[in-house]
Ligand binder design. Structure first.
Ligand code: NDP
Length: 399
């Protein structure tokens, strides 16, 4: 993976960069669209995709005038065509059309679909040989070997959008991994950081998605509340950076000002700081290796006054421990963890599962599924389907 290969991109950008946004209507997608709209002279949009939200997709397409707008749900193609009538934007629909859009030549593909549903489009984007700005962490968690193999084969550059990994990328100043002592992923601790297990047992979806610092999609917000998000990020970091898993630590930092750190063997610790606004890391990936202006509120440390830190509590938040164990076990375990978590979170959001049951369902699924290494997309699909089937059964037995 060419995370540090800046050679070809060090010349000032003359022509606008072409950008495709997969998952344009989501939280990361909307932040990306906002940046693209503020910088019309720097970017030309190739394609925008969504799953069901025709209204927002059409609005974004009218604003940014991409070559194509693609809706995942094929039954919504007529609605999209109607909404785009009179514009030059081509309307398309279905998973195959999203994959085709991801494969179109573009300087940057922003992979911001949520969940394992983003894997095929992200793999398609990774075959292109340009830049993939990856937000869709579940892809790396469930099939990191497949994604990194495609990236290496095609010479694609993978840039992390996730704020923690983007922070590490910004301060990962060595091509020599042996100079790195530790990666320190910071975690806000989520909305239930100080809640007891008894309180969490009756937590509602509305409480779980009310993140104290970040405004994000519902799935990742629940993952932040269970700390599974940090577990997924641990696995993501292990794929993105040439640092062994035991050298990747998690540190709770409730203010979300330090977005992550790299500790070096000489005792230096480099950190990236900023207000919690995804437009900063997204802007870094869109303009890399240069920087461009982003409208995030400026950091005022005197106003904040104090930064605090604590160790994660694995008793109250077992999901983090489950993710680390899955990473250590390998052999498809992270894919099982991810599939079970997606099923459990969707069930919790649908009021069919308690908050504490999310980690319990993941743990039990991991215990029941026979894992296998993921050497092909078909092997992934098989394991993913089996894990989802078992997780669904477990959810039903608890409902
Ligand atoms: P959202 O739920 O807000 O948005 C998801 C996007 O994916 C939407 O555009 C949605 O379309 C589309 N989508 C959903 N399901 C499918 C599908 N089956 N096929 C095609 N498209 C689909 O998610 P977020 O923006 O919060 O997160 C996106 C990814 O980025 C996740 O992997 C998350 O972990 C990661 N991330 C998010 C951060 C954030 O701040 N939100 C921060 C760091 C990482 P539609 O709107 O039509 O449903």
């Amino acid at each position: 993976m060419a995370l540090t290969d800046t050679e070809e991109l060090t010349q000032p950008t003359v022509a606008p960069r072409s950008v495709t946004v997969l998952g344009a209507t989501g939280s990361v997608g909307c932040n990306t669209v906002d940046l693209l709209n503020r910088n019309r002279d720097r970017f030309r949009v190739t394609a925008l995709t969504a799953n069901t939200n025709v209204t927002l997709l059409a609005e974004q397409a009218r604003l940014l005038e991409p070559d194509a707008a693609i809706i995942g749900d094929p039954t919504k193609l007529d609605d999209l065509r109607d909404a785009l009538q009179g514009s030059a934007v081509e309307a398309m629909a279905g998973e195959a059309a999203i994959i085709e859009a991801a494969s179109r030549p573009a300087d940057i593909v922003v992979a911001a679909i949520v969940g394992a549903a983003g894997l095929r489009p992200t793999l398609a984007a990774s075959r292109q040989g340009s830049i993939v700005a990856i937000a869709n962490k579940e892809c790396l968690v469930c099939a990191g070997d497949l994604v990194t193999a495609e990236v290496e084969r095609s010479g694609t550059t993978l840039l992390p959008v996730d704020s923690e990994h983007n922070a590490i990328f910004q301060v990962f100043e060595t091509g020599n991994a042996s100079e790195v002592d530790r990666l320190i992923l910071t975690a806000s601790g989520g909305p239930f950081r100080s809640w007891s297990r008894e309180e969490m047992a009756v937590a509602t979806p509305a409480q779980a998605v009310a993140h104290p610092n970040w405004d994000m999609g519902r799935k990742i917000s629940v993952d932040s509340a269970t700390l599974m998000n940090k577990g997924l990020e641990l696995i993501e970091a292990a794929y993105l950076f040439p640092v062994p898993a035991e050298k990747i630590e998690v540190l709770v930092h409730p203010q979300s000002v330090i977005h992550s750190m790299v500790a070096y063997v000489d005792g230096s610790v480099l950190a990236q700081l900023g207000t919690p606004d995804m437009r900063t890391p997204i802007a870094y990936t869109l303009s890399w290796p240069e920087r461009m202006a982003a409208p995030a509120k400026r950091l005022d440390l005197a106003e904040i006054g104090q930064l605090s830190f604590e160790k994660p509590d694995l008793e109250r938040f077992p999901a983090l421990g489950l993710a680390r164990a899955a990473l250590n076990r390998g052999n498809g375990s992270p894919a099982v963890l991810n599939a079970a978590n997606e099923v459990a979170v969707a069930s919790f959001l649908a009021d069919q599962l308690g908050f504490l049951d999310i980690a319990a369902v993941v743990e039990e699924t991991l215990g029941r599924v026979t894992t296998q290494s993921i050497t092909s997309f078909e092997a992934f699909e098989q394991l993913d389907a089996e894990a989802r089937r078992i997780a669904q059964t477990l959810v039903k037995s608890r409902f």
